[in-house]
Design a protein around this ligand. Structure first.
Ligand code: BJW
Length: 232
């Protein structure tokens, strides 16, 4: 790739699929085994916190102990950030830590982080280790039973939106990787970029996403092959 303007990269579950993490909406995806209404809404957590906690505990254990690691797509994006003369911002919908493990630093987790927990009263997120339970006391404000997974459920406001929209409005290139385009506001980012009129837009995905026709360029295939080739 040649140039120097700023780049915003949106990533979704497809980028983490190849080395072991499931996507949501593919036929073998997470939502084929569990109803999102039962585990990914604030109501679900109020109704049955133990079920929601078990859902995230299983995924957290898999991420930490399941031999999951970054693939060549994560590595290529970390290299791009190191070598590109302008800013490279990765906005990920994923709650795994594979971008960090690959070496990316300028990164926003808009749907939260699986390895963090936060207090619903004092709001501060902190590391979720094997010893911390949702029923425990908040280490900051010492209230009991106020902890919840640090993730963004349906109906909740994604994180860092102001910074994301500023970056979308200023970028020269927007690339969407491995996301189905079903979930807003991320699915609408390409329209925000089109509205500013200057940036190139590209989608890299296994199959065309919901919003495929909105991108100027589409490349289809597995992320671990497409992303390193795109970055070259
Ligand atoms: C590969 C591959 C390989 C496979 N290589 N590719 C209209 C406008 C605005 C909002 C709404 C609206 N209508 C409804 C809403 C509300 C709602 C929403 O979007 N609902 C839709 C279902 C319609 N959105 C919300 O509630 C959000 N909040 C919100 O909107 O607040 C108000 C607001 C408005 C405007 C501005 C600002 C704020 C919150 C959404 C929270 C999503 N949470 C989840 C779960 C929590 C985290 C977790 O447990 O992990 O986040 S849902 C789930 O979906 C998860 C994901 O991050 C998210 C996106 O999924 P993703 O990554 O796209 O995965 P898949 O499985 O869908 O797709 C995988 C893709 O990879 C596929 O295309 C494959 O082909 C591809 N692939 N293998 C490359 N090897």
């Amino acid at each position: 790739m040649a140039g120097k303007g700023s780049i915003v990269i949106l990533t979704g579950a497809g980028i983490s699929k190849e080395f072991g993490l499931d996507t949501f909406r593919d036929k073998d995806g997470i939502w084929s085994r569990v109803r999102l209404e039962d585990v990914a809404t604030p109501d679900a957590f109020r109704r049955d916190p133990a079920k929601v906690q078990a859902f995230y505990n299983t995924r957290r254990r898999n991420l930490v102990e399941g031999g999951i690691r970054p693939n060549p797509a994560h590595a290529a994006l970390a290299r791009l950030e190191r070598e590109w003369p302008g800013e490279v911002l990765i906005v990920t919908q994923n709650i795994d830590d594979l971008h960090e493990r690959a070496g990316s630093e300028n990164l926003i987790h808009m749907h939260g982080e699986l390895l963090k927990i936060r207090c619903q009263k004092c709001a501060r997120p902190f590391a979720w280790t094997a010893d911390v339970e949702v029923g425990d006391k908040c280490p900051d404000c010492h209230r009991l039973g106020t902890l919840r997974p640090h993730v963004v459920w349906f109906g909740e406001m994604p994180l860092d939106m102001e910074r994301i929209f500023e970056a979308l409005e200023a970028c020269a290139l927007f690339v969407s990787i491995g996301t189905s385009g079903h979930v807003y506001p991320a699915a609408g980012f390409v329209q925000t970029v089109r509205a500013q009129g200057r940036a190139h837009t590209a989608e890299l995905n296994l199959e065309p996403s919901e919003g495929a026709s909105l991108f100027r360029e589409t490349r289809l295939g597995p992320a671990s092959r497409l992303v390193p080739a795109f970055v070259e």
